[in-house]
Design a binder for this molecule. Structure first.
Ligand code: PLP
Length: 332
């Protein structure tokens, strides 16, 4: 299918490498080859999956004549850090609404948010349910309007009909990677936190007819929540861009059971796996997203979930700055 993409501002260093993990494959692959799509290498400070989504989101903001970006996330949000730096790079003012009270130590992503010059509000005790967030966004948008500015509100994780274009394009990139590596069919695994990465990959698989099955390991909420959320993002995309799909909208495959103690909190197994991967392959995972997803992937390989093909591709979505504020959890 020939797809016409909406306006896009090039920010990510792409294509990212597709890299084989020989020692991990040997140890845990059960005969499969385990690869990693290095989306942690989309940039240095601008690393991770959010950059791909922001290419389309920020282009939409610019098209609408906005000069300010408002978004929301946790204290160590990779998405907020990426937005703060992209905004600085492109000359937008950035306003971040962060859940939880202001911490004593300004570390990791939060440090970068400050360095990038973002305006930051900490919201203690607010979870930002979608209605609540809508209202807070509108209030801030009105505040900026009253000062003669036009603000664009980016949903959590830039996951909506606009942001998912980033991973529709990434699915096309993966198709090329697979051809180059002579992979005829693959299971693709990513961490799912707000759903946009998985939504884009799932949709892109259909649009570009890529021989892969996408699986998301959720790091918060549950399977039903993400199946709905991803369906909603795809519906939003169809509606905004008047897109007609060749068949029914694809349904997301979510692997539940690896959230652990909660969003952003991980068990000892996850920290041990992060250390193991760093020493075995020089690959650095994070405790919030990729560590849990990689752990879930290894468990599911052992259970035979991916036995239908010989190649498994883990999408490394970044998150390295979220590692440092959790340094105390490693036994060193
Ligand atoms: C945001 C994020 C994810 C989850 O992606 P979503 O599109 O929000 O589901 C995964 N990994 C990292 C490192 C992230 O920052």
């Amino acid at each position: 299918m020939a797809i016409s993409y909406p306006p896009r501002i090039a920010l990510a260093q792409t294509p990212t490498p597709l890299q084989l993990l020989p020692r991990v494959s040997e140890l845990y692959g059960q005969g499969c080859r385990i690869w990693v799509k290095r989306d942690d290498l989309t940039g240095a400070a601008l690393s991770g999956n959010k950059i791909r989504k922001l290419e389309f989101v920020v282009a939409a903001a610019r098209e609408q004549g906005c000069d300010t970006l408002i978004t929301c996330g946790g204290e160590q949000s990779n998405h907020c850090r990426a937005t703060a730096l992209v905004g600085a790079q492109l000359g937008f003012h950035v306003h971040l609404l962060l859940r939880g009270k202001a911490p004593q130590d300004i570390d990791g992503n939060l440090l970068l948010d400050h360095l990038a010059g973002a305006t930051i509000n900490h919201y203690a005790g607010r979870e930002f349910s979608s209605d609540d967030l809508e209202q807070v966004f509108t209030d801030w948008q009105n505040h900026y309007a009253s000062q003669g500015h036009k603000a664009y509100c980016i949903p959590i994780g830039a996951s909506d009909g606009v942001g998912i274009w980033g991973y529709i394009a990434a699915a096309q990139e993966l198709q090329g990677d697979m051809q180059a590596a002579q992979i005829s069919k693959a299971n693709v695994v990513c961490a799912t936190g707000s759903g946009g990465t998985q939504a884009g990959l799932t949709l892109g698989t259909v649009l570009h007819d890529v021989p892969m099955q996408v699986w998301g390991v959720n790091v918060c909420e549950d399977e039903a929540w993400f199946v709905n959320k991803i369906a909603a993002d795809i519906a939003d995309w169809q509606q905004r861009y008047q897109q007609v799909l060749p068949g029914p909208a694809p349904v997301a495959k979510v692997i539940d059971g690896y959230v652990g103690p909660g969003y952003g909190r991980a068990t000892t197994e996850i920290f041990e796996l992060i250390a193991e991967l760093a020493s075995l392959e020089g690959l650095v995972l994070d405790p919030v997203y990729t560590g849990k997803a990689f752990y879930g992937m290894l468990q599911e390989i052992a259970r035979g979930r991916f036995a239908d093909c010989e190649d498994i591709i883990f999408v490394h979505t970044g998150g390295i700055y979220g590692l440092f504020p959790q340094r105390q959890n490693f036994s060193l």
